[in-house]
Design a protein around this ligand. Structure first.
Ligand code: FMN
Length: 309
């Protein structure tokens, strides 16, 4: 079951997605955290952030919308109060980082994390759709990962600042995921994670008002799975670095779709809110599938999609 992301070896290819697993302590009573392939933290920023005002989640058909807006205590409090317990779990900890608008903040964050021994990898969240202009909520901000040149520049400058394994998390809100994934690869990213949420909106028809305070939010859950699988497959056909696939994975069957499409690793997100054991159930489910199908190594399944010609 073991797979590699650059020089990082994971004992199995199942991890939990940023922002859906807190700092892991919330899940301690539900699952044996040691079983996970890796844990990705909620995205951390340089300064603490309160996030957007409530309501900032709502349910949708086969999924949910969220507009959390990167609420987090900031890197200082994270390293002092959250990281030590995470590091003790004994599985690789991948720290997700972001900046609202300043690429230089990414460098500062990376330099801080570079000095922390137990940080297994850094995930660059350049795809959060929930950083809003609260004065003009209809204003659409361009994300770094919506621009191939901006993606290249950011990853390149971060690459210079650390030798740690770098993962670049991409947005599905683009016309060509291949173009952006290639830019991340060319700039030295060790892997790409896809997908972050799809921008969406829901309306309360009685109030004739948006269900989320900031109007739009990120759609996640099974509703987005076909889009995510398609993007993993497209990227797999064009890039050589590993792909961490996510988007609507809730059980073994949905995880397997991603491996077959070309993901080396999968991440469980929204499903953690519905079934906190989903990730560990998927680990044993994938093992069972490999045994039943006489596949000796998960790497023999990755990208194994057969298309009749
Ligand atoms: C409530 C919530 C909070 C999230 N916060 C983050 C975050 O802080 N950083 C990030 O990179 N992705 C964040 N995401 C996106 C997930 O990591 C994941 O990319 C996305 O939800 C798709 O996977 P899923 O359908 O399995 O949830 C968040 C998603 C949800 C539902």
């Amino acid at each position: 079951m073991s797979v590699n992301i650059g020089k990082l070896k994971l004992k199995n290819p199942v991890m939990v997605a940023s922002g859906t697993f807190g700092y892991a302590e919330e899940f301690r009573d539900f699952i044996d955290l040691k079983k996970l392939g890796a844990i990705v933290t909620k995205t951390i920023t340089l300064k603490p952030r309160q996030g957007n005002p409530a309501p900032r989640t709502c349910e949708t058909p086969a999924g949910m919308l969220n507009s959390i807006g990167l609420e987090n205590p900031g890197i200082d409090v994270f390293l002092k109060e959250k990281f030590p317990a995470l590091a003790k779990i004994g599985v690789p900890v991948i720290v997700s980082i972001a900046s609202e608008h300043d690429p230089d903040e990414f460098i500062q964050l990376v330099k801080r994390l570079d000095k922390v021994n137990n940080v297994a990898a850094i995930e660059l969240n350049i795809s959060c759709p929930n950083i809003k202009d609260l004065k003009d909520k209809s204003k659409v901000k361009t994300l770094i990962s919506q621009d191939k040149d901006a993606t290249y520049r950011l990853v390149k400058s971060v690459r210079r600042a650390t030798k740690k394994v770098l993962i670049t998390k991409l947005s599905p809100n683009v016309s060509s995921i291949v173009e952006i994934a290639s830019a991340a690869q060319d700039a030295g990213s060790d892997a790409v994670a896809l997908i972050n949420t799809l921008t969406g909106m829901s309306i309360d028809i009685q109030k004739r008002a948006p269900k989320l305070s900031v109007v739009t939010g990120g759609l996640s859950g099974p509703a987005i799975r076909p889009v995510a699988v398609r993007m993993v497959w497209e990227a797999y056909n064009k890039i050589d670095i590993p792909i961490i696939g996510m988007g609507g994975i809730i059980d073994t069957a949905s995880a397997l779709e991603f491996f077959i499409a070309g993901a080396s690793v999968i991440s469980v997100g929204t499903a953690n809110f519905i079934n906190p054991s989903a990730s560990v159930e998927i680990i044993s489910g994938v093992q069972k599938y490999l045994r039943q199908n006489n596949i000796k190594d998960i790497n023999g399944l990755i990208g194994g999609l057969e298309i009749e010609t």
